[in-house]
Design a protein around this ligand. Structure first.
Ligand code: ATP
Ligand code: MG
Length: 380
């Protein structure tokens, strides 16, 4: 006879039943102990570990159902199988609710008993594996979150420090310096802007990761946001033979409610790209009303350029993080490859979609929609 190393405790107040189970299970290779009452059962459980406890529901001084939590407290990985001579749906439900794994009716057939023990032990093992994986996952998530929060802190600090350096660099640029010095300072400025942009992008990604990306709901004037964007990009436009034109359709509500800063961030990302990848020609920004539905409306923005364009096979890729076309072109001043991915995340979080139409050599067109709340006067 082979032992299968499964320890079983049988709890029943009828000695002949205990003997019967012990004989049957021992013959099948199980290690079996018996207990005739609660005291003996708990004493056994304190002494040694059992894979399974077979328990009669009706015991002399107590019920098997009341014993379930006490067994679980002593050994949480032991499976409990209830056995009764008086089956009822109600008692079965009470047993399962209390934590029993199976419910057998006397007289129990050998095959049913073995199957119940094996199946319950197997299920318990699976449950434990799932729990242990869940614990590992929770620990990993917690440590990942802590790292992300650290990253947020660092990128925020880098941004603040870079602001200081850029500010002082700008003062130096305006001071009495020679051509060579101006050239050096300009290159410091480019690198500083790059580093600040990188810190900002990392901060945004970290926020997405820890679910801390929040959106304001404030009233704002759309034209004001677009004028801000035009003001910010003006110095870079001036460096190339490019014209920047914007237009807001008449039916777009003048005032909207939503996150103006995020909208500005998306527009700046797209227009900065357009400037970066266009050597000459035109960059246009249009705002159109898509739909007005109840208290909200979707506004459609189109950013068009006459730049180098993006090959068809790369067009789906550009919204993925860290994407940059393989060969840097002469107009490519370097970038983190995160801008468009952040735009996509922001647009989608603001209830819209972003898409790209581009023809290499002719130009690119980025389109996105955003849902805004209408402010009271505009509600239709
Ligand atoms: N208007 C455009 N014209 C041509 N190529 C573009 C245009 N916009 C984006 N791309 C391509 O898509 C890539 C990804 O753009 P994305 O804005 O994500 O990154 P980036 O501009 O390189 O860096 P940054 O993170 O600083 O924005 C770019 O590197 C470029 O190859
Ligand atoms: Mg970019």
């Amino acid at each position: 006879m082979e032992t299968n190393h499964t320890n079983v405790l049988v709890v029943d107040d009828d000695n002949s039943i205990l003997d019967g189970f012990k004989e049957l299970l021992t013959r099948e290779g199980y290690e079996v102990d018996t207990a005739a009452n609660e005291r003996e059962a708990l004493a056994n459980l304190k002494e040694q570990h059992y894979h399974a406890v077979l328990m009669d529901i009706v015991l002399k001084e107590t019920t098997g159902i009341e014993l379930i939590p006490k067994v679980q407290e002593l050994s949480e990985d032991t499976v409990i199988i209830m056995i009764t001579a008086y089956p009822s749906t109600e008692s079965a439900i009470r047993c399962f609710r209390a934590g029993a794994f199976d419910y057998l009716v006397k007289p129990v057939k050998k095959a049913d008993l073995i199957r119940a023990i094996e199946r319950s032990c197997e299920r318990k093992k699976e449950e434990q594996e799932v729990n242990s994986l869940r614990r590992i996952k929770e620990t990993a998530e917690k440590s990942n979150n802590e790292k992300t929060l650290f990253l947020m802190q660092i990128s925020h600090d880098i941004h603040t420090i870079m602001d200081g350096i850029i500010g002082h660099n700008n003062l130096l640029l305006k001071s009495n310096i020679d051509e060579k010095q101006a050239e050096y300072l300009s290159s410091i400025k480019t690198s500083c802007n790059f580093l600040r942009n990188l810190a900002d992008n990392i901060l945004d990604i970290a926020k997405v990761e820890v679910g801390k990306l929040s959106f304001k709901q404030e009233d704002f004037e759309l034209a004001g946001v677009i004028k801000d964007v035009a003001r910010i990009v003006y110095p870079s436009i001036k460096e190339k033979p490019i014209q920047f034109i914007y237009a807001i359709d008449k039916d777009v509500p003048r005032y909207l409610n939503g996150d103006a800063d995020r909208l500005r961030q998306i527009l700046l990302n797209l227009i900065s790209n357009a400037i970066k990848f266009t050597e000459s020609g035109e960059i246009t920004l249009k705002a159109r009303l898509m739909t007005i539905l109840g208290k909200g409306c979707h506004v459609f923005f189109i950013v068009n350029d006459t730049g180098e364009g993006i090959p068809k096979e790369k067009q789906m890729e550009v919204f993925k993080p860290f994407f940059a076309l393989d060969k840097p072109t002469k107009s490519h001043h370097g970038g983190t490859g995160l801008g468009l991915w952040i735009c996509k995340v922001l647009v989608e979080k603001m209830g819209g979609l972003i898409s790209l139409h581009s023809e290499p050599g002719k130009g690119s067109e980025f389109r996105f929609s955003i849902r805004f709340n209408l402010i009271k006067d505009n509600v239709v």
